[in-house]
Design a protein around this ligand. Structure first.
Ligand code: SF4
Length: 300
């Protein structure tokens, strides 16, 4: 029996489904029951009627699935931690709240569960501007991604204060203006589509800025036949698979997130066999974090 058959057999035995983020390896995406961005995966986790969810992504995503589905067993095939999520501790959020008592706190879903517990509302790159605009206060503490905060500023009249001051995703932050200009010169007819975790200078050059699922929608609907994609390169697999009639180029061949690439089909099989690594979120943290996540889902 090949590894895919073995995984499918284990899935049936355990009543499990596999969710995978758009940045996962192509071999992992092809095994998954559902592939999507953070928002779609959070929504899919709540819809799933399986007892076990194997979450192929980074730990904050699996924690979000656990917070929304405390009765389900959530497994992650390897302890892959998003580098950006580690940049904002719950204490920093508490200190910022003290400094700006009238502000509301909107945190990117790429945060630790303990930091989510301190937030008024969560957001993803797909809904960040919409969420900020729907908050009551005109002063918003926003973190941890400074580049996403810069993007949101362009779509709101509210005052946005970044917490921490310089949080970023190392994978997206390294896509430079020079990279983009060089690739644009090579493919002058291609539309440039970038993620809002990219630096503001790159965002300003783009024809369209979107989350990964937003990029797929845009490329499907666009009349253009060729695109330069500025985000983690795992998304190219889905784009080429779902839109085979169009051409996709990367803005930078080095845009690879080492955290996202830790998961392999072998680790998925082991995860199902040994039921590890199980995601546990302390009840008090989960209860408070759930309020902020559910508020986002209601507003999305
Ligand atoms: S691409 Fe960036 S934000 Fe996404 S998981 Fe990797 S480090 Fe975190």
């Amino acid at each position: 029996m090949g590894i895919i058959e073995e995984i499918n057999k284990l899935k049936r035995e355990k009543n499990a489904i596999i969710l995978a983020h758009n940045y996962q390896k192509s071999t992992v995406q092809d095994i998954a029951d559902f592939v999507g961005d953070s928002l779609k995966l959070a929504q899919e986790a709540t819809r799933a009627d399986s007892e076990v969810i194997v979450f192929c992504g980074v730990t904050f995503m699996a924690e979000t699935a656990k917070i929304l589905n405390p009765e389900k067993k959530i497994l992650i095939p390897d302890i892959a931690r998003c580098s950006m999520a580690q940049l904002l501790s719950p204490n920093e959020v508490i200190e910022a709240k003290k400094e700006y008592p009238g502000a509301e706190i909107v945190l990117y879903i790429n945060t630790l569960a303990e930091s989510k517990a301190e937030a008024d509302c969560m957001c993803t790159s797909a809904n960040a501007t919409e969420i900020v605009n729907s908050m009551n206060s005109d002063l918003i503490l926003f973190g941890p991604d400074k580049n996403l905060a810069d993007y949101v500023r362009g779509g709101t009249k509210k005052t946005i204060i970044s917490i921490p001051e310089y949080g970023l995703c190392p994978t997206h932050h390294q896509i430079s203006e020079e990279d983009v200009i060089k690739v644009r010169n090579t493919y002058p007819d291609a539309k440039l589509v970038v993620h809002p975790e990219c630096i503001l200078e790159v965002q300003r050059l783009a024809d369209h800025i979107a989350s990964t699922d937003g990029m797929i929608d845009f490329c499907k609907k666009s009349e253009s036949k060729e695109f330069i994609i500025g985000t983690e390169n795992g998304i190219l697999h889905r784009l080429r698979k779902e839109i085979p009639t169009k051409k996709f180029h990367t803005a930078s061949s080095t845009t690879i997130c080492p955290d996202m690439k830790m998961i392999t089909p072998e680790k998925i099989k082991r995860s199902l066999e040994k039921e590890k690594f199980e995601i546990i979120v302390p009840k008090q943290v989960a209860k408070r974090a759930k309020r902020a996540i559910e508020r986002m889902l209601e507003l999305s």
